[in-house]
Design a protein around this ligand. Structure first.
Ligand SMILES: [Zn+2]
Length: 308
């Protein structure tokens, strides 16, 4: 009798412990240590500013591909890579495309971030590009892991674009290429500079063209400690960020888009855009906000129509 009681106590302890562990693993998003470790790596001197067609760019690419493989994100194209060349000198560049299948739809949401940056100057000065745009790349990796464990309704395409800094070349190539039927893309969410909490605020640009998205974004931001701002997307009014990053070719194709990004800061496109300037509390909360927004967009994608 005594031993049975003992067993029951042990059993209930075990169940309680397991319940706690489960709850714990659900609550923790993103993995903050991993996020900061990834950010410091991608923005480290050893990657030499990740300029398109450089050794550092290739190291970043291999890192991203390895991580996608590890979390079980499928390759959308062979080896995850979409090589292309651009300009009169035919500069080679490579987009990285990963894919998570939705459970109920054939439509796509493209979530994008450019992984290139501007490289070096005089072979001594390194443009680390922590905020621009290691921050977006690391967010995409955290989202890929999350949605692999929490299957979305719609297909998600994770696009790590190259050569953004040379005129949005990767995104332009993707939209002109034949790797997918672009009429199936119902939305683009582009991340470029999402980690600097200097003002504790982040912009969601693009609701001017698709106003339906505004209440959805407010829903995602209501329990967050950072401020979500709109605007910078009104034609003929400055600053105008609609053509400023990889969301532009999607906008031109009249695909609803949201661009997430912080305001320009003194380290923008300077050698001082380093990982130590990032405020982890802000950055992690921005990642949570973006994740929640994507989940809401995913659940309402049929209603999201350009111009409405
Ligand atoms: Zn950028």
């Amino acid at each position: 009798m005594k031993s049975l009681k003992h067993c029951l106590v042990l059993l209930s302890l075990l169940i309680a412990q397991q319940g706690f562990a489960q709850k714990d693993s659900i609550a923790v998003f993103p993995d903050s240590a991993k996020v900061m470790e990834d950010l410091f790596f991608l923005a480290s001197d050893s990657l030499q500013g990740r300029k398109t067609n450089s050794q550092g760019n290739k190291i970043a690419r291999n890192f991203i591909i390895k991580r996608l493989q590890k979390v079980g994100v499928s390759a959308y194209v062979q080896d995850y890579t979409q090589p292309f060349a651009f300009g009169k000198d035919s500069i080679p560049a490579v987009n990285i495309l990963g894919f998570i299948e939705g459970f109920s739809s054939k439509n796509y949401i493209v979530i994008s971030a450019h992984y290139d940056h501007v490289g070096m100057e005089d072979s001594t000065k390194i443009y680390n590009g922590a905020d621009d745009n290691a921050s977006g790349v690391v967010t995409l990796l955290a989202l890929a892991k999350y949605f692999r464990e929490n299957q979305p309704e719609n297909n998600l395409l994770f696009a790590f674009f190259d050569a953004e800094e040379m005129g949005l070349q990767g995104a332009k190539h993707f939209m002109q290429s034949v790797v997918m039927d672009t009429s199936r893309i119902k939305m683009n969410i582009n991340l470029d500079m999402v980690s600097r909490g200097d003002k504790n605020e982040i912009y969601a640009v693009g609701t001017y063209f698709t106003p339906y998205l505004k209440p959805l974004l407010n829903e995602a931001s209501k329990d967050k400690s950072i401020k979500l701002l709109f605007g910078r997307d009104i034609p003929k009014k400055k600053p105008y960020w609609v053509n400023a990053s990889d969301h532009a070719p999607f906008h031109q194709a009249e695909i609803p888009f949201i661009y997430f990004g912080v305001d320009d800061h003194p380290d923008y496109h300077k050698i001082t855009d380093t990982a130590d300037k990032v405020n982890p509390d802000f950055y992690l909360e921005a990642i949570r906000l973006i994740k929640d927004a994507i989940e809401i967009f995913d659940a309402n994608l049929d209603e999201i129509v350009y111009g409405k």
